[in-house]
Write a new protein. Structure first.
Length: 142
């Protein structure tokens, strides 16, 4: 299933670039490398597909991605007008989604991959650190 997820993510993110101007597929690959659980690695590959590409929940199911993995992908997908507390609370209650989101936030917080981070990128790191602390139960509110 990892290979299928990699094919989906590669096709879905084709042509997209990250903040550093590199191929976007490198981000889900790095997030997957930070995950230990096999299912989390698969979710990590797909974690931005529904949010940022043509991919839908139904598409993933049609491609024979298991329902528990699709559920975790849906959990880490931000919908328009989402409530951050509800979003992170749902993620916190799903071990696979939680592992992936922590890895995602860890990679997003690494400004060393960006040559000259701007103020917005620097300020986001503080937000990401707070979100990670919430997911780890180090703080009770966002």
């Amino acid at each position: 299933m990892y290979e299928v997820a990699l094919e989906i993510a590669t096709e879905a993110h084709k042509g997209q670039k990250d903040d550093a101007g590199k191929d976007y597929i490198n981000h889900p690959l790095k997030v997957a490398s930070l995950c230990k659980n096999k299912k989390a690695k698969i979710v990590a590959l797909l974690h931005d597909t529904i949010e940022d590409t043509f991919v839908t929940k139904e598409y993933l199911l049609e491609k024979k991605i298991s329902s528990d993995i699709v559920e975790a992908v849906v959990l880490v997908t931000k919908e328009k007008g989402y409530d951050p507390v509800e979003y992170f609370t749902r993620i916190k209650n799903n071990p696979i989604a939680k592992e992936v989101k922590l890895a995602d936030l860890t990679h997003n917080s690494d400004l060393s991959r960006i040559d000259n981070p701007n103020e917005h990128q620097i300020n986001r790191v503080a937000k990401y650190k707070k979100q990670m602390a919430f997911l780890k139960d180090e703080i009770k509110t966002l």
